[in-house]
Ligand binder design. Structure first.
Ligand code: TRP
Length: 329
């Protein structure tokens, strides 16, 4: 059993890209590994969220994680800021992270460009905090998207640097968790690119039926194929990719045949897609509503999660403190 860890920033609701790209895989992965799932609220402070909205966002993401099937009986689910050990390790690791390498991190450069009025030290050392999240539990595997690969590489570098500098094998080097064929990339319905919050093209797990239907019916299409077996332009391919994810293979084949014989009606295709998205997400939406209303249960989950997480974190921090030379008097 590997230790697998994943964090998510509480930036609002989760969309189909989050669900099919990661979350659904997590629900399987959690039974085959020792999993830590947490909400990276400390990381979010880099953008100075308003305290009330902030708590609501953390609570939402937690409810959505649980509604999607993360199981607090088998996985350790917690909120980052409930684990003070992470912050202490962050201080220690900051001394091993050099200004030049942090400034060269692509995500830092991008964020500094986007938020030129708020280039705080936390933004610069964001990768050190992320490394602390991972190393504090000595995770072996971290499921990461393309945008986080560099951060994982940096985590390995810090682990090596710490172990070499202090001559102790405190931290193992984590590698990327590979979903293999289970990894699906979820496109948006706006004609190109992937589904994303900032792209504004998301279908959310908390969307009601009417909203889902409206979004799907508005999906970008074209005037239809004029020759049999024409190649599909990207917007149409994207609709089929989504259909592949949510519908049965018979349904997909039916519409592929219609496309290839130039008899496709996009209205029918979209209606089918909306039906099948609803089938997957509406039961999750129900659970989100129940869980969001049950603050007591959410509190119980994160309190129990933090007890387990702190146990593992404290054991690692003990080794790290010993290695750097903090000795009891
Ligand atoms: N930086 C990640 C993101 O933006 C979130 C994150 C924080 C994370 N700490 C982590 C992911 C540790 C994996 C492991 O998506």
């Amino acid at each position: 059993m590997d230790i697998v860890l994943s964090g998510i920033r509480p930036t609002g609701e989760l969309h189909l890209g989050n669900y099919f790209g990661a979350l659904r895989n997590f629900t399987k992965m959690q039974y085959e590994n020792r999993c830590y799932f947490f909400i990276a609220d400390l990381h979010s402070l880099t953008t100075h969220p308003k305290p009330d909205d902030f708590h609501a966002n953390v609570s939402n993401v937690l409810a959505e994680y649980l509604a999607a099937g993360l199981d607090p009986e088998v996985a350790t689910i917690f909120v980052q800021s409930d684990i003070p050990e992470v912050s202490e390790l962050y201080v220690i690791l900051n001394m091993l992270a050099y200004k030049g390498e942090l400034e060269r991190t692509p995500s830092f450069k991008e964020k500094a460009r986007k938020h030129a009025d708020n280039i705080n030290a936390g933004l610069l050392t964001y990768p050190v905090l992320m490394a602390s999240d991972i190393l504090i539990h000595r995770a072996a595997k971290v499921p990461v998207g393309k945008d986080q690969e560099q951060h994982l590489e940096f985590t390995r570098l810090l682990a090596r640097r710490f172990n070499n500098m202090y001559g102790a094998e405190v931290f193992p080097e984590p590698t990327a968790y590979n979903f293999g064929n289970d990894l699906v990339k979820v496109p948006g319905l706006d004609g190109g690119g992937k589904m994303g919050k900032s792209e504004g093209n998301g279908i959310y797990l908390s969307d009601d039926e009417k909203t889902i239907r409206k979004k799907v019916m508005r999906a970008v299409t074209d005037s239809g194929p004029t020759e049999p077996n024409s190649p599909m332009p990207e917007p149409i391919q994207n609709i089929f990719t989504l259909l592949d994810i949510v519908s049965t293979s018979d349904t997909v084949q039916h519409f592929r045949d219609k496309y290839n014989s130039c008899e496709i009606r996009y209205g029918e295709l979209k209606k089918q897609l909306a039906d099948d998205i609803c089938k997957v997400t509406l039961p999750i939406r129900e659970r989100i509503l129940e869980l969001t209303a049950d603050k007591e249960y959410l509190g119980k989950v994160v309190r129990e999660g933090s007890v387990k997480a702190r146990e593992s974190a404290a054991a690692t921090l003990y080794e790290a403190r010993k290695a750097v030379g903090f000795r009891p008097f």
